[in-house]
Design a protein around this ligand. Structure first.
Ligand code: HEC
Ligand code: HEC
Length: 327
């Protein structure tokens, strides 16, 4: 687990200067701090608790089932390409579930797998694991849900099942989800969040939040907002989820170094920008806010600097992102 993580950080370290150079320097938007010194600093929260260890990848069986497991892993780390018909942005599952879904406190797939079927308040019904996966495609990937039993879902489910080899059937495994933060001492603040962003995030994710694509069109640094990111219905659109993810996992390789307050502030800032429409759109921003976002945890339908977030009209028809990946 550690080795994979360090490899990813090394990769990112190599591309970081390029990101810095090409990040649009909005007048006054960036205070111009260099990238944080040592991206490999061991500062994870995860180590604090004994978490389940998924098997090493070398143990994926060399048989027909192993092939499907490998396919699931491929979809997980290269989603726009490997599940092209269902993905509408440039994110990958691994963008939010780090280390190919292995990392504790980064909503790991082994902890998820042993937690379904489960009742979900979001859908007000019991979801099977495949139905939970469908939700990720619709919202986090701003895409289209593969039908139940589709090879893509079967492969992702097989990969998660295999990662959970030897785990207890228990929805409360340590390391599941993102560690929840206590309510912030001060109400999250846009101005402070902007500052945290400029100092700690913009170098990779860009001053405009659009991230950066590699030469092959895939996202090296995923977009945090804008048309190519997760949509308003996604879990990461909840300020509390975003704060928890960020506190534990960002800046990449420096998880656990921001204060809780900084994580809340920057989560509010991130989610105070426009992104694709909530696919559950009810015909107007007001009605949609009322139905799904009537909480302090969502900025949807709120006014930020004179603009109502989510006021972009009905959801755009689905377009696979692979068609736009070579922009
Ligand atoms: C934009 C970030 C993002 C992306 C991309 C994303 N997810 Fe998620 N995912 C989340 C968040 C946030 C949650 C909710 C975590 C929580 O409630 O603790 C979640 C939850 C899940 C869960 C349930 C976890 C649990 O413990 O119940 C599964 C399974 C899952 N995602 C799979 C996927 C798969 C597969 C993909 C790619 C097709 C994907 N996700 C893409 C952010 C993302
Ligand atoms: C060193 C580069 C780097 C820095 C700095 C960094 N990130 Fe990230 N971030 C990444 C990468 C890379 C991923 C995707 C994970 C992967 O590919 O392994 C990611 C993923 C994310 C995601 C989930 C995916 C998405 O697009 O929504 C969020 C949210 C996020 N980062 C927020 C932040 C915030 C907020 C900060 C500043 C506190 C920050 N990041 C700093 C590189 C970075």
């Amino acid at each position: 687990m550690r080795a994979y993580s360090d490899r990813r950080v090394a990769e990112v370290k190599q591309s970081a200067p390029a990101a810095a150079a090409s990040a649009p320097q909005d007048a006054g938007d960036l205070v111009g701090d260099p990238p944080r010194a040592d991206l490999a600093a061991p500062a994870r929260l995860a180590g604090a608790r004994a978490a389940f260890q998924p098997p090493p990848e070398s143990e994926i069986p060399n048989d027909d089932f192993g092939e499907v497991i490998r396919r699931g892993r491929e979809i997980f780390v290269d989603t726009p390409r490997a599940a092209a018909g269902y993905v509408g942005n440039s994110l990958r599952c691994v963008s939010c579930h780090l280390d190919a879904g292995r990392l504790a406190d980064s909503s790991p797939m082994w902890a998820a797998y042993v937690s379904y079927p489960a009742y979900r308040s979001k859908t007000r019904s019991v979801s099977s694991f495949q139905q939970r996966l469908q939700g990720c495609f619709e919202y986090s990937m701003n895409g289209k849900a593969p039908p139940l039993g589709a090879p893509e879902l079967a492969a992702l489910e097989s990969y998660a099942y295999w990662l959970a080899s030897g785990a207890t059937l228990d929805p409360n495994l340590p390391g599941r989800g993102y560690p929840k933060l206590a309510a912030p001492a001060q109400a999250p603040d846009h101005g402070r969040g902007k500052q945290v962003y400029a100092e700690n995030c913009a170098v990779c994710h860009g001053a405009d939040g659009a991230g950066q694509r590699g030469a092959d069109g895939s996202a090296v640094f995923p977009p945090l907002w804008g048309p190519d990111s997760f949509n308003w219905g996604a879990g990461m659109g909840r300020i509390s989820n975003a704060a928890a993810f960020i506190r534990a996992n960002m800046p990449l390789g420096l998880g656990g170094t921001l204060t809780d307050q900084q994580a809340w502030d920057v989560a509010l800032y991130m989610n105070s920008h426009e992104r694709p429409q909530d696919p559950r759109y009810k015909g107007s921003v007001e009605a949609t806010r009322q139905a799904f976002h009537d909480t302090d945890d969502s900025m949807y339908g709120r006014e930020v600097f004179g603009k109502t977030l989510g006021a972009s009209g009905p959801p755009k028809p689905f377009r696979p992102s692979i068609a736009t990946a070579s922009r």
